[in-house]
Write a protein that binds this ligand. Structure first.
Ligand SMILES: C[S@@+](CC[C@H](N)C(=O)[O-])C[C@H]1O[C@@H](n2cnc3c(N)ncnc32)[C@H](O)[C@@H]1O
Length: 162
């Protein structure tokens, strides 16, 4: 079972879209490092996650704030999705069964403190960087396609239309 880490995301709509991407591909846990997005919807300053994503169960994805995502799920293989030198190209990448996909912030990249925990490094082949949620969709879709084409799973079905 895979999981996702968003490292210090800035905008709530990107967190919301990441939640939706996770839900589309059956990823049940989304860890969020940092405090720039208000995940609880409290009155404190900061960007507030849209209500839909805050409502437990809407997308079957647990949003988990943490400063130490790698300690929480030590059995998962941390995979940095980032433009770093020497990164493997996504089309050739064999996804670990238990991957923890680690995504950088919209206004930066994964910091050294995150990269040094990652075991694999993957770059999406494109002329410009994609936005955070798009990069996540592409990564999860690629993993799912490879699962389907190898016969490990069947294609996911449409479970809801909203
Ligand atoms: C909009 S990008 C951040 C900006 C980017 N670091 C830059 O230099 O302009 C947000 C995150 O999406 C992911 N990302 C976007 N495009 C990517 C690509 N082509 N390959 C790998 N990761 C990508 C990375 O996790 C990145 O930190």
């Amino acid at each position: 079972m895979s999981a996702i880490v968003l490292w210090d995301p800035k905008y709530p709509h990107n967190v919301g879209q990441a939640v939706r991407a996770a839900s589309c591909f059956g990823v049940e846990k989304l860890y969020v490092v940092g405090s720039r997005v208000d995940l609880e919807g409290s009155k404190r300053k900061g960007y507030r996650l849209p209500r839909e994503e805050r409502m437990r169960g809407v997308y079957d994805v647990e949003i988990i704030p943490t400063e130490r995502p790698f300690d929480v799920e030590p059995s998962l293989v941390p995979v940095a999705i980032e433009l770093v030198p020497g990164a493997e190209l996504l089309p050739y990448f064999e996804h670990p069964t238990d991957a923890m996909y680690v995504m950088g912030p919209e206004d930066g990249s994964l910091p050294a403190v995150a990269l040094r925990h990652c075991h694999r490094f993957v770059r999406l082949p494109m002329d410009h960087c994609a936005n955070l949620a798009s990069a996540l969709y592409i990564t999860l879709y690629d993993a799912h396609c490879k699962d389907v084409l190898s016969g490990r799973t069947g294609p996911r079905g449409l479970v809801r239309t909203t």
